[in-house]
Ligand binder design. Structure first.
Ligand SMILES: [Zn+2]
Length: 502
């Protein structure tokens, strides 16, 4: 069984003065966490214990009870009457920080030793313990009750006493039957949110190599990400090469135009004010807007890619590795724009990875070399050109491709996504199927980097076998232009990405 965790975020609607209670509650939580961090620093061997044993040890050091009347570092010096579950949540927060700090420190010491052993000067500064604490309060069992879809009662420190407060919650409801973790009380600006981790169990998807090598009907969703109008083009294809569907996700021009406008405004503001203060963000609101819109688009696009894969029952999602960022020339707004468009591609991939994993779909990346220059049908180099121009040469970013070898004509991004899908299959095609390997192909494929599967999603996938020879090109170049061209947009999501522009 595999497991995926999502966080359900809900807005808290509460009386105005309760906001200051939540703030007081959080401040106390962080004081307690900081206190325990100190205790751990004074008793470092605590970190050798498991979290559970460390908790017991730390309570013994700090918590006054009848059997433990004089703890070494009493917590009651911070505050009396802290509920046990509040204390334990703070201890676990402190333990997390302490473990992270300690491993950073250990790594730093190792680097230092290594440098000194080589007789080099070592200038890197050691990691420092957290100077300030700003953790959100985790509400363990016993600190909340009577949870419904619209309200919840929580226990908070109001600044003067402990009190049960009823709050209304709005936003996404908890999925029925999901396993719920401890919610936390999170502050965003002046707004308080309830974040609830939810765990979902599902059957583990088989690893990609197995899926590709054992079943020729395995469906893959190959995605070509772009920075021009077609932000993403997905093609659903089977391992043996049948193309089942194509989906274009537009909206690139809109987001790019929007960004350009704001970047232009930032440039003009900078020109007016002259000097930019060091270490201070200028035009903070404009930057925030750009960032938020980029995030929003990345989430929308990734959600639609995964939905497309899911609808066609694809079990593997394939991307190409992101190339290196080529800095664009031209005006500030243009340079900044292409840089952000490039970052957005990375974010779309990242979001696809976890969204797909939650649906039991694995993600992989292939070598990006020449994906848009190669013919999906015969692997020879294609001409790329603008509408109304002769089909020759290679115009970067142009919408059409034409292959002089086999006569294939079509959309350039769609062709690229087909090539991306075929590359994944090629990687696993074993040598010795009776056909001699094509030298060109060997050279190209063996440079291929290993499968990058969502490691952070908890999936372990070994790198591909860099064996020479991946079969004859004709074998997997059977992709035909089957006329499936464009597929009607999925009905339950809007065709155009709607941006919340200004
Ligand atoms: Zn061709």
């Amino acid at each position: 069984m595999a497991q995926a965790t999502t966080t359900i975020k809900q807005v808290l609607n509460h009386q105005a003065d309760h906001g200051s209670w939540f703030a007081a509650n959080q401040a106390l939580f962080n004081r307690v966490a900081a206190f325990y961090f100190e205790v751990i620093q004074a008793h470092e061997n605590v970190l050798d214990l498991s979290n559970k044993d460390a908790l017991t040890a730390l309570e013994k050091l700090t918590h006054t009870t009848q059997s433990n009347p004089h703890p070494v570092m009493p917590l009651c010096e911070i505050q009396e009457d802290i509920p046990a579950m509040f204390r334990r949540a703070a201890i676990n927060a402190a333990l997390g920080s302490a473990r992270s700090f300690s491993s950073h420190l250990a790594r730093w010491r190792k680097r230092k030793e290594k440098a000194e052993a080589k007789g080099k000067q070592f200038h890197e500064r050691p990691p420092v313990p957290p100077r300030s604490w700003n953790k959100s309060v985790t509400l363990y069992m016993g600190l909340w009750k009577e949870r419904s879809n619209s309200s919840l009662v929580i226990k908070v420190w109001t600044g003067t006493c402990w009190s049960w407060v009823k709050v209304r919650i709005t936003g996404r409801e908890l999925p029925p039957g999901a396993e719920m973790g401890s919610p936390s009380l999170v502050r965003r600006g002046n707004q308080w949110w309830l974040h609830t981790p939810v765990e979902k169990q599902f059957k583990s998807p088989g690893n990609i190599e197995e899926q590709v090598t054992t079943n020729a009907q395995t469906k893959m969703c190959a995605v070509d990400l772009n920075i021009h109008e077609n932000l993403a083009v997905c093609t659903i294809q089977t391992v043996e090469g049948t193309i089942l569907a194509t989906k274009f996700i537009h909206g690139g021009r809109e987001i790019s135009g929007f960004r350009k406008k704001l970047l232009g405004r930032i440039a003009r503001n900078r020109h007016k004010t002259g000097i930019i203060a060091e270490g201070e963000q200028d035009n903070a609101d404009l930057w925030n807007t750009i960032r938020n819109v980029d995030e929003q688009v990345a989430h929308l696009v990734s959600a639609r890619i995964v939905q497309c894969a899911k609808e066609h029952e694809a079990t593997v999602l394939v991307f190409e590795h992101l190339g290196t960022l080529k800095p664009a020339k031209g005006k500030y707004s243009h340079r900044g724009n292409s840089k952000r468009a490039y970052w957005m591609k990375g974010r779309i991939f990242k979001y696809c990875q976890y969204k797909a994993y939650n649906e039991g779909i694995l993600t992989s990346r292939v070598n990006p070399r020449n994906t848009s220059r190669e013919c999906a049908r015969c692997q020879s180099l294609v001409a790329r050109y603008d509408t109304g121009k002769p089909p020759e040469g290679y115009t970067y970013g142009a919408p059409l491709v034409s292959c002089h070898q086999c006569g294939m004509k079509g959309n350039a991004d769609r062709n690229a996504s087909l090539v991306i899908g075929q590359r994944l299959v090629m990687r696993y095609q074993k040598n010795g199927e009776g056909k001699p390997p094509t030298p060109l192909l060997v050279e190209r494929v063996s440079r291929d980097t290993g499968v990058v599967v969502s490691q952070d999603a908890g999936c372990k996938e070994g790198p591909s076998i860099p064996s020479a020879g991946h079969g004859d090109s004709n074998e997997h170049g059977t992709a035909q232009e089957t006329g499936t061209g464009m597929v009607a947009p999925v009905s339950d999501i809007p065709c155009q990405l709607r941006l919340l522009l200004e």
